[in-house]
Design a protein around this ligand. Structure first.
Ligand SMILES: [Zn+2]
Length: 267
């Protein structure tokens, strides 16, 4: 039994591929899945393993953001209703197909599987917040600002005190900065503190709690501070990247995007 019950009828399973956390919320006859993994084959693995928890089919899926490892399994769970941020759905529509080939080139081990992906963006979208009925209980979806992407949402199960934070928070790995807004990341994650009343499930890595959120905020604040020092000319970019904010040297990309934000060239 590799499902872990982190709150009443709220489960997580950590997959070795990308150390990814997948969530499940059960309520009445409804089955909600948080993030659908990278390929249809990976999503079918979730569907099969869900039989350990319930015989009911998946009725709701939630994409925490548009990235392939969180949304490319969507089509496997249809006719389930799919939820996500309005910009995540738009980005999937715009860039999903091109991403299939990019990832196939970068990750040959999943190339043939990912080419089976049917891009299937959420049809239930929102800007700020939404409440979703899961049988006899409610879950809250909310957007708190740009950070890891421009459309990351968190899912909170209030009656179980569980928050799924997507890739706004990652444990045991560097945050992913490719689509990020590093200067806004600290303020966005600060807004998660009141929601961190129990288990905090990151997109990747081990489950944490409020203290984990606080540590991440401190690291993101420091990153913004270093970027400002580089921008002012009081710190070398190389010295900045050497500082291990997330347990290893910070990628150049984090500073490139932070500096682009400071110089007004990012958006
Ligand atoms: Zn991501």
């Amino acid at each position: 039994m590799l499902w872990r019950e982190v709150g009443d009828r709220v489960f997580t399973r950590k997959y070795p591929f990308f150390n990814q956390q997948i969530g499940v919320v059960l309520g009445g006859r409804d089955v909600l899945v948080v993030d659908t993994r990278s390929t249809p084959a990976q999503a079918r693995e979730i569907a099969t393993e869900l039989r350990e928890l319930t015989r009911d089919p998946v009725s709701i899926i939630v994409d925490t953001h548009w990235h392939f490892d969180h949304s490319f399994g969507n089509s496997v769970f249809r006719p389930a209703a799919a939820w996500g941020h309005v910009r995540a759905a738009a980005r999937l529509r715009a860039d999903g197909r091109a991403t299939i080939e990019e990832v196939a080139t970068e990750l040959p081990e999943i190339a043939s599987d990912i080419r089976e992906t049917i891009i299937d963006p959420p049809e239930n979208t929102f800007e700020e917040r939404a409440t979703v009925e899961v049988g006899d209980r409610l879950v809250e979806l909310s957007y708190h600002g740009r950070a890891h992407t421009d459309g990351d949402i968190v899912l909170v199960v209030p009656d179980a005190k569980v928050m799924f934070a997507g890739d706004l928070l990652e444990e045991g790995a560097l945050p992913s900065f490719g689509d990020s807004f590093p200067l806004e990341w600290p303020a966005t994650v600060e807004q998660l503190l009141p929601l961190a009343t129990g288990a905090v499930v990151p997109g990747h890595g081990a489950i944490g709690d409020r203290a984990f959120v606080e540590d991440q905020i401190a690291a993101f604040r420091r990153l913004a501070e270093l970027a400002r020092a580089v921008d002012h000319g009081s710190l070398d970019l190389e010295a900045a990247t050497r500082e291990e904010l997330f347990g290893r040297p910070t990628p150049d990309e984090a500073f490139e995007r932070a500096l682009a934000q400071l110089r007004g060239t990012l958006d």
